[in-house]
Design a protein around this ligand. Sequence first.
Ligand SMILES: Nc1nc2c(c(=O)[nH]1)N=C([C@H](O)[C@H](O)COP(=O)(O)OP(=O)(O)OP(=O)(O)O)CN2
Ligand SMILES: [Zn+2]
Length: 170
Amino acid sequence: MEPAAPARKHRRRGNSAHRGSAMAPPAARLARVSRAVSFSACHRLHSKSLSDEENLKLFGKCNNPNGHGHNYRVIVTVRGEIDPVSGMVINLTDLKEYMQEAILEPLDHKNLDKDVPYFAEVVSTTENIAVFIWENLKKLLPVGTLYKVKVYETDQNIVVYKGEETISEK
Ligand SMILES: Nc1nc2c(c(=O)[nH]1)N=C([C@H](O)[C@H](O)COP(=O)(O)OP(=O)(O)OP(=O)(O)O)CN2
Ligand SMILES: [Zn+2]
């Protein structure tokens, strides 16, 4: 006697005709793609809006006139639909090149306050570094795809920026 009956039942349940029309377009799938990069830089926390005494009080050891260094790590996340032909939200090879241009070229092995014009007037906190990276990347990526910039100043000090401008924005 052949034990064929269970296998035939399983095939019928798996038939696509039972799951919807064969003519329906495939559902769009959203995904988030991330890539990480590291860079080394030095900086000094110092605000031109404050006196030397106020700067020292606010920033403490981070206001040391000769600065200090960090090995920063940045994780960039891009959000979009998975292209049905390429299977990609974004080609990671392209994202790598954008991150090279937006992060490594301006920031790696730099004195942030002296070598990067943006930080001549803006305090080089991790928050502001995240904003700087966001603005640079936004110019290179397809409109609306940049989702998140996460910057590790140290393993303990981490900033996330998602392009928001005020606390009331959703
Ligand atoms: N909101 C922010 N606060 C501070 C920032 C910043 O970017 N945003 N940055 C600093 C300094 O850059 C400083 O280097 C951080 O020093 P510290 O808090 O001491 O961090 P460490 O992880 O190096 O210290 P541990 O003692 O090992 O925890 C300060 N504040
Ligand atoms: Zn620092």
